[in-house]
Every structure is written in structure tokens, then in C-alpha cells.
Design a protein around this ligand. Structure first.
Ligand SMILES: [Zn+2]
Ligand SMILES: [Zn+2]
Length: 326
């Protein structure tokens, strides 16, 4: 299914956009990253999306109006809006500092309208100031590829040899984090994806090859960003005893049956779900210090379908970002 709104007429008059609700801000979108999760939303692979939802959860924009009760932002500020649109603040997960697991969360571009648009609203309490070093297009992928990548990476930050499966937007950011922290990065891509393998090496990866290949040495940790279940036994086979395998995607094709020997030896598999605002605070502080440099390809918002098609076909290296007309 194509993203049906991409060809719709664009709003050109700010007054046609309603004033933001209490606690919310209205943004003029200046860039919105395209995430693999957007494809899952568009393809109907995630349960109960907002009907006719506007995708996009890597939003960078400028505040053009402020609802009652908003602290911390003023008109003209540049802000970023991530996947976690809001959490309830009351459930046991929220109260325990795990708002990423909230029982009644709202997600940007999935259960809330997102940033494939000229304007977007956001709950101000879940939006962030963006480090000034980044252009709007560079900053967009930090909002999900960066944040979910960072949360995934924290679980394997002590791995000396770190494998990354699926070398797209999140992986190319995590590789920079890992190299900065002295880890050896081993990048796994689709067979023959020499562009992604070259990007990995350029970013400091020790080794880059196809997912079906074994790395030259066993890995202490690995992250799978590709939504491909058969990568799980492949990655486990590449892990040393005691290694951790992190599944960083929201959706994955079925994981095939596999011999217990692949897991034996205290290997661990775990998923990463969403993000907390604390993750965002930490990551937006560390990213400009490294500095993490997102490699972005920009597309006009009206070319969203073509951009999505190229992402789906694996034709993009780094991160893709939609830019609305000025
Ligand atoms: Zn909650
Ligand atoms: Zn995402």
C-alpha cells in the first residue's frame, strides 16, 4: 500500500491549523525522518493505529503556537518530537521509571498524527530542544534511529566486539556511539550491499560483511535492527558465551525454531521497546560531544512515496528525511 496522503494538497495557510490544546505545542515541521517503523504502520503490521494516521515520528520543527500550561518552550524555538508521544504517568511502569513500557502510551505517527506534514502538534512534555550543531535534516534521525539505537546500545555497551545486523539509519548512529566508546564494530548487511558496508567501514567498523557470514572473531554483543526473524539464529551463532543479543525493532518476521545450543552458554536475547525521556536527555547530551554525524538523504515531502519505496527496496544508505516546502 502506498502512503495515501503524500499526494494530497498541502496546507499553505497557517491560520487553517487549529490552536494547540492545553500542554501542547504546534510546530511548523522543517524535517521529518523516515523510519522502518513507518513502513510497518503503512503496511498495517502494527495493531490499532489511529485511522488515517499521518506517519512520521522523527520530527524537527519550530514552535508557532503554544497551548495553555506549557513550560519550557516559546514561539520560535526549535524542537524535536520522538516516537513516545505521551505516557500516562500513573501505571506501575511509569511510576517505576519505565515509561517506555507504559500501559496506555501514545506514539507519534502511529496512535497520534505525526510529521509527514507541514504542521504537527505535540505534547510539550515529550518534546526536546535540539543541539544547535545539527541542521534540521541531520537532527531528524536522532529522534528515533538515534534514541532507540541509544537505548539498544546501552544494553551492550560493555561488549568489546559488537555486531550490528541491518546497517540502516539506527545502525549508522550506533556504530558512531560504539566506536567512540572503544568498541570493535562488526557490521552485517544484506548480501551485496556494498554501499552500507562501505559506510560502516568509513564510520570505523572493524569488519563489514553479509549477515550470513561469520565474523572473524566471536561477538560479545549484537543488535538486530532489521525486521528479519531468521537473523536471530544467525546472530546467536556469532555470539560468544555470555553474549547479549538485543532486538531493536518494533516488528519482526517469525523467528525460526533453532537448536538450544545456540542459546546455551548464558547467551541472552532481549527486545528494546520505545524510549524514555531520560534516554532522550542522555542521548541529546552525548550526541554532539562525540559528535555523531547522521548521514542523511533528503526528499521533498511530496516525494514521500518514492522515498518510502527506496527505503523498502534497501536502496538508501544512512537515514532518509522528508522536508516540507518552505
Ligand atoms: Zn503509564
Ligand atoms: Zn522509528
Amino acid at each position: 500500500m502506498a502512503f495515501e496522503r503524500a499526494g494530497a494538497p498541502l496546507v499553505s495557510v497557517e491560520r487553517t491549523v487549529a490552536a494547540p490544546r492545553r500542554g501542547h505545542i504546534l510546530l511548523r515541521v522543517s524535517a521529518c525522518g523516515i523510519c522502518r517503523t513507518d513502513l510497518h504502520v503503512i503496511d498495517g503490521e502494527l495493531a490499532d493505529p489511529k485511522p488515517h494516521v499521518i506517519p512520521g515520528h522523527e520530527i524537527i520543527g519550530r514552535v508557532v503556537a503554544i497551548g495553555a500550561g506549557v513550560d519550557g518552550f516559546k514561539v520560535g524555538d526549535r524542537v524535536g518530537v520522538p516516537w513516545l508521544g505521551s505516557a500516562c504517568g500513573r501505571c506501575e511502569f511509569c511510576r517505576g521509571g519505565r515509561e517506555n513500557l507504559c500501559d496506555s502510551p501514545r506514539f507519534t505517527g502511529y496512535t497520534l498524527d505525526g510529521g509527514y506534514a507541514q504542521f504537527a502538534t505535540a505534547d510539550a512534555a515529550y518534546a526536546f530542544a535540539i543541539p544547535s550543531q545539527y541542521s534540521d535534516a541531520e537532527a531528524a534521525p536522532l529522534m528515533c534511529a538515534g534514541l532507540i539505537g541509544y537505548r539498544s546500545w546501552k544494553l551492550v555497551r560493555n561488549a568489546r566486539r559488537l555486531g550490528i545486523y541491518g546497517f540502516g539509519a539506527a545502525a549508522h548512529i550506533v556504530a558512531q556511539l560504539a566506536v567512540f566508546h572503544g568498541q570493535e564494530v562488526y557490521a552485517f548487511t544484506r548480501a551485496g550491499d556494498t554501499a552500507a558496508q562501505k559506510l560502516a567501514r568509513d564510520l570505523g567498523a572493524r569488519w563489514a560483511g553479509a549477515s550470513e557470514e561469520m565474523p572473524p572473531k566471536p561477538l560479545d554483543g549484537a543488535i538486530i535492527f532489521a525486521p528479519v526473524g531468521p537473523l536471530v539464529p544467525l546472530a546467536l551463532a556469532a555470539l560468544a558465551k555470555g553474549g547479549t543479543l538485543v532486538l531493536g525493532g518494533i516488528h519482526m518476521t517469525p523467528i525460526p525454531a533453532m537448536p538450544y545450543e545456540l542459546l546455551w552458554g548464558e547467551r541472552v536475547i532481549r527486545s528494546v521497546a520505545n524510549l524514555t525521556r531520560q534516554d532522550a536527555k542522555e542521548f541529546l547530551e552525548i550526541a554532539p560531544r562525540i559528535p555523531i554525524r547522521p548521514h542523511v538523504t533528503t526528499f521533498d515531502l511530496t516525494d514521500a512515496n518514492a522515498a518510502i519505496g527506496r527505503l523498502r527496496a534497501g536502496e538508501l544508505t544512512g537515514a532518509a528525511v522528508l522536508v516540507p516546502p518552505a
